[in-house]
Design a protein around this ligand. Structure first.
Ligand code: NAD
Length: 496
């Protein structure tokens, strides 16, 4: 069987280690296996990155950026192949995979601006004959650990910026769908990156723990579930590393009584069920203000969901595909069962979808649940499936309180025609990314991405301007060239 290995020092390798099955979630069959890197293999990748660092940090930023320009072109030339790899292992339909890849490419485009982004700050004459400047130096070897749900985009949030800033990178992708991630890294190699600057090790906890414990790894970017994010952040910090760890989410949309309900429903259908709800920015809770708004929302949503098509990744007529594993399928169904047992009403039931020709795929159909309350387990926890829950409240203040009380604070949105309400909402809501009539407010590549509360551990957000700060250390240099004949005597007061 085909084994997905590693990319170390510019070479593909497979060190005959432990392996794990990779499933095609649309068919339920094992399609490949992935090598799970041993500590020795990860150490080899770190050593390759460390050896490549001195030359790469001294490569002019414009030359580093030129590699990114070529990388962008190669990505665009390989869209179909990358989307097929994502579909086979993740289950995403090609239009969704292409959207993910496009957002990833935008991060590469941002990285092409490295010479501008790394210019630093300069002040002339901070004192007599004294100039001062700050420059942003690379950290050395940095690591990325990424989740299954965006195998192309999330790694591209990290390494283009890290590398263009002069660092060398070791990436540990999700072991569930590693092929597209590995293929994309090979394209970066093909774009002219020197060997060792970019390395990919596939693996599980053993590989992650080696990265977290290794003295030569200076910083760690993580994206995944909150419990693992917390572990990564505390371990990396305890080991003296800079860390940003993005975690899970529970994203609410407030539907106000004055909202354009048809528009809200159209937007919500895509945001709740696109990618089977396996997005950290998926809208999984609609908070309807007033029973009139709730009734209209539920009835229009029920109608809209009649046309939803769940099916295999290879049919572009489908709206969304399977979830990632059979265990996850059971987990999502378990949340729907528990909501029902706790008194909620399952209005559209996706627990047993019939997908012709794909009887063993890990499918869950679009599900709508009404009368959900904050005490329910399905409300408290991240479901990560195609399930939209409706919570009914009487006022906008109650709706905002619900969101502010929730442990997660990744994304949120309000549907309204009232500018004053929208402004009050965006000012006061305790969430990192906010939409006004925009249900998936994923920032563009020249802003940065990150949630609040237990959706992000660390200070700096992912990609965009924050990435320049995360992947560099500031150094401030103060310089005097005394003029001939103007010599200062010794001073014992603090220089001012
Ligand atoms: P996950 O936490 O299971 O895995 C993420 C990474 O951590 C993988 O590379 C995995 O190999 C590694 N890992 C898993 N268990 C580990 C352990 N015990 N020790 C060390 N490493 C471990 O997440 P997932 O299921 O792949 O992805 C889905 C989750 O990611 C969801 O919670 C989703 O909300 C979150 N996510 C968040 C964002 C964001 O930007 N906030 C973006 C995408 C996904």
């Amino acid at each position: 069987m085909n084994i997905v290995g590693h990319l170390i020092n510019g070479e593909m390798c497979n060190n005959a280690e432990r392996t794990q099955d990779i499933f095609n979630p649309s068919t339920g069959e094992v399609s490949k296996q992935v090598a799970l890197a041993s500590t020795a293999t990860v150490e080899e990748a770190i050593a390759a990155a460390k050896a490549a660092f001195p030359a790469w940090r001294n490569t002019p930023p414009a030359k580093r950026a030129q590699v990114m320009f070529r990388f962008k072109m190669l990505l665009e030339q390989n869209v179909d192949k990358i989307c097929a790899l994502i579909g086979e292992e993740h289950g995403k339909i090609s239009h969704d995979a292409a959207g993910e890849l496009q957002r990833g490419i935008e991060n590469v485009e941002y990285a092409c601006g490295a010479p501008e982004l790394l210019k630093g700050e300069h002040s002339k004459n901070v004192g007599p004959n004294i100039d001062s400047w700050s420059e942003f130096q690379p950290l050395g070897v940095v690591a990325g650990i990424t989740p299954f749900n965006f195998p192309a985009m999330v790694p591209l949030w990290m390494y283009p910026m890290a590398i263009v800033c002069g660092n060398c990178f070791v990436l540990k992708p999700s072991e569930r769908d590693p092929s597209s991630t590995l293929f994309i890294a090979q394209l970066l190699q093909e774009a002219g990156l020197p060997n060792g600057v970019m390395n990919v090790v596939n693996g599980d906890k053993e590989a992650v723990d080696c990265l977290l414990g290794h003295d030569d790894v200076k910083a760690v970017s993580f994206v995944g579930s909150t419990s693992i994010a917390e572990y990564i952040y505390s371990t990396a910090n305890a080991n003296g590393k800079r860390c940003q760890a993005l975690g899970g989410a529970k994203n609410h949309a407030i539907v106000m009584p004055d909202a354009d309900m048809d528009n809200a429903v159209n937007q919500l259908v895509g945001a709740a069920f696109g990618s089977s709800g396996e997005r950290c920015m998926a809208l999984s809770v609609a908070v309807a203000v007033g029973d009139n708004a709730a009734d209209a929302l539920v009835s229009k949503m029920t109608k809209a969901m009649e046309n939803l098509k769940v099916g295999a990744y290879c049919d572009s007529g489908n709206d969304f595909g399977p979830v990632i594993t059979s265990q996850h399928q059971q987990k999502v169904v378990g949340y729907i069962n528990s909501a029902e047992e706790q008194g909620a009403k399952v209005v559209v039931d996706g627990r047993n979808p019939q997908v012709e020709g794909f009887a063993n795929g890990f499918f869950v159909g679009g599900t709508l649940i009404d009368n959900v309350t904050p005490e329910m387990v399905s409300y408290k926890e991240e479901i990560f499936g195609p399930v939209l829950q409706v919570v009914r409240v009487d006022t906008m203040e109650q709706a905002m309180q619900l969101i502010n009380d929730h442990e997660y604070g990744n994304g949120t949105c309000i549907f309204t025609r009232d500018g004053e309400a929208a402004r009050y909402f965006s000012d006061n809501i305790q969430v990192g990314m906010v939409g006004i009539n925009v249900p998936l407010p994923v920032p563009v590549s020249y802003h940065s991405f990150g949630g609040w509360k237990r959706s992000l551990f660390g200070d700096l957000h992912a990609y965009g301007p924050d990435a320049v700060r995360f992947y560099t250390k500031r150094k401030t240099i103060t310089q005097r060239w005394p003029s001939a004949g103007v010599r200062e005597g010794a001073q014992f007061a603090f220089p001012a």
